[in-house]
Design a protein around this ligand. Sequence first.
Ligand SMILES: [Zn+2]
Ligand SMILES: [Zn+2]
Length: 297
Amino acid sequence: MKLITLGKPVDIAAVFPELAEFARTTVRLHPRWGEPTAWDSSLGGPLLWPADEAWPHCTDHQAHERSGYTETEPVPLVAVLQLYAHDVPELPFPNGTDICQVLWCPFVHQPGLVPRVELHWRSEVAVTAPLEAAPDPVPASSGNYLPATCLLHPERVTEYPYPGDPLPPELLERIWEGDGPWSYQHHLSVAPGTKVGGWVSFAQDPSWPDCAYGHPMDHLLTIASRESDGESWKTWTPVEEEALAEVEASPIPTHDRTDLLYRPGHPSELMIGDAGSLYVFVCTTCPDTPIIAWSDS
Ligand SMILES: [Zn+2]
Ligand SMILES: [Zn+2]
């Protein structure tokens, strides 16, 4: 299955040529229900993990207690995302690696009130004896942080910064003034949903973190609750799914329908904050490529 987002109703870079220098490519991952193996890129699917390497656990008992989980046993992390270099070569794979694995602890943690994220870079050929099955999530895990099992359908699109990100105020003012039926913020600029690289679809004021050594960090990837929202679906829905998106935008409840391939706009079944997104930033200057994950929803 190939998913393609059509061109926008307004070519905003033709209207405002100064925007061209801010164009970036993002890889929309388009997670959709499926049955991935450990050799597939996936969201919520099995990871290619060496059987002789301990599965990561979280020991932040205080955070778990705040969520009402009082057991003191370490909590097994949950597989969230696996990306192979042949599917998403845009990721900054450290030398000798070709898989990026994102896991998290399925409880709210400080700072940022998001699940605690861990990232593992790995080499496919180095995994000669794969783990057969990851540990089950503890039953008390927040259901908001247990992803449905999805295959990915990467698509490259051009996008422009979230309003106020690095745009000159004078240009932004002219963009606002020229706002017609299509809004720059919701319809024409930054792609919503789960994606790799490109700009960040912030919910609040833009904020780009520095690493502990003061290096500006890059947007590595976003894991979103929804593929689009009440406005952005109008221009960011893949053409193959526009009929489904119209179903979602209508008042007809979709959860009773059995003919839908997935719940439109919400295939991952994740809920980060108030239908928000978790942003993962990476420092590619530091040799151990540290990450910071947070959400502004
Ligand atoms: Zn934890
Ligand atoms: Zn750094």
